[in-house]
Design a protein around this ligand. Structure first.
Ligand code: ZN
Length: 100
């Protein structure tokens, strides 16, 4: 069994990959791989990265949805006030004017 890593690396400024050639320490499919190129490790890292990305994406989506809901609710509340309690709406408007 070869004991150098068969993974490929891209030297800086090169347009062709080179064989990694580091001494491998992790076995996979009849080869010894370095920690960087060991396929199951690479896969696990990628999976962790995409899970992280997905969680971030979902959190952002949720936040946007909440913001949209809050904005819609504010608009509905204001419209209701203007229709049913215009004096309260005016009072609120005055307060906002004073605050800013
Ligand atoms: Zn390697």
């Amino acid at each position: 069994m070869e004991n150098t890593c068969p993974g490929s690396r891209w030297p800086k400024g090169s347009c062709r990959p080179m064989r990694c050639g580091k001494n491998g320490s992790l076995e996979y499919k009849g080869h010894l791989w370095c920690k960087t190129h060991h396929p199951p490790t690479v896969k696990a890292k990628q999976a962790a990265k995409s899970a992280e990305w997905e969680a971030e994406h979902k959190a952002k989506q949720r936040q946007r949805l909440e913001e949209r809901r809050a904005a819609a609710l504010k608009e509905m509340a204001l419209n209701w006030l203007l229709e049913n309690r215009p004096e309260v709406a005016r009072e609120l408007e005055e307060k906002v004017m004073q605050a800013s």
